[in-house]
Design a protein around this ligand. Structure first.
Ligand code: TRP
Ligand code: SF4
Length: 326
């Protein structure tokens, strides 16, 4: 029997290269080894976007199309939308009963987001409970593993705490304690060398036009100590070089030597990188555009995913209801 994994993404905007290198490539590889559930976390998106939800539906379709274009298979994996499986909210409530407030108030991601995100009112009841819904997402499918980035480790730890308490109170070993799968080794930063993110506007979208990619790559920060072309460069201090390491490790070695010996200028180096990204994204964009021409087909995929997810979710929830005497 294959072990099960569940992971999710919030549909808050277009997916970009950071999502591909940081998550989707990983998901794609895991599909053969695990039984995979990949979820569009639309309730989680609404926890921060509730004041302006107009793009939500579009983002859901757009993101799912990108997942499939990047190689997430509708045959191998279950692709579904959180809000379409109502059991997520039921288990969220059951977990809320037993989650101590202090655990949520002390959660480092919660405190950080309240501090950092100024353009939204996140002082809501739902946002405090964000990790409780995430715990329900995972445990509804009794997933043993959760592929996530490091930023999600605190939420996974909270999930384990909730699970331990649930098992202690109602039934030993009912839920497995899920573990993070931190297999991602590559890391792609944004154009300004901060984390690639919509809110920093430093990303290259998977759907980006070639002209825009060329412009964006030319705007990237390079080795700040290299002023003239004749100055030797330090590729280890250069984000563009890191892009080479991620997309073409072989060429990265050559670029490293050329850069150190001042045999290539940054403009030329970035022009070549733009070409590499454009070529890399071309087949993904071709599949993407095909899928977008048939939106009814995408809806059908999500309906099939909903059915499969719901079958598992309903079974877990009926067991849970028995355990808590509902
Ligand atoms: N919180 C996750 C993120 O922002 C998204 C998410 C929601 C998730 N539910 C999940 C991830 C369950 C893993 C498992 O990236
Ligand atoms: Fe970076 Fe390339 Fe310029 Fe070297 S030549 S500093 S690797 S952009």
């Amino acid at each position: 029997m294959k072990k099960r994994i569940l992971s999710g993404m919030r549909p808050t905007g277009k997916l970009h290269l950071g999502h591909l290198v940081g998550a989707l490539d990983n998901w794609k590889r895991l599909q053969d080894e695990f039984e995979c559930f990949f979820m569009v976390a639309d309730w989680h998106a609404l926890m921060s976007e509730y004041e302006d939800p107009k793009d939500l539906k579009n983002n859901i379709i757009d993101n799912v199309v990108d997942w499939i274009a990047c190689g997430i298979s509708t045959e191998k994996s279950v692709i579904f939308v959180q809000s379409q499986v109502k059991e997520h909210l039921e288990l969220y409530m059951a977990f809320s009963l037993i989650t101590p407030l202090g655990l949520l108030e002390r959660c480092p991601t919660y405190k950080e987001q309240l501090r950092e995100i100024k353009n939204r009112d996140l002082k809501t009841f739902a946002f405090l409970g964000y990790p409780v819904l995430q715990a329900a997402d995972i445990m509804l499918y009794k997933a043993q593993n959760v592929p996530v980035g490091e930023d999600q480790l605190a939420h996974l730890e909270l999930t384990r705490q909730i699970v331990r308490k649930f098992n202690n109170l109602y039934k030993r070993d009912f839920f497995p304690e899920p573990k993070a799968l931190l297999t991602q080794t590559k890391r792609l930063l944004g154009l300004d060398a901060r984390k690639m993110s919509k809110s920093y506007n430093n990303y290259i979208a998977l759907s980006e036009e070639p002209e825009v990619i060329r412009k964006k790559v030319q705007s990237m920060f390079t080795d700040p100590t290299r002023i003239k072309v004749s100055d030797p460069g330090h590729p280890e201090k250069c984000n563009v070089h890191n892009y080479y390491a991620v997309f073409t490790p072989q060429r990265a070695k050559e670029i490293e030597a050329l850069c150190r010996q001042s045999q290539i200028g940054c403009t030329e180096c970035k022009k070549e990188m733009a070409g590499i990204i454009i070529e890399f994204l071309a087949p993904i964009q071709e599949r993407r555009n095909k899928l977008l021409k048939d939106k009814a087909g995408v809806t059908d995929i999500l309906e099939a995913g909903r059915k499969k997810a719901e079958a598992v979710a309903a079974k877990t929830m009926s067991e849970v209801k028995k355990l808590i005497n509902l």
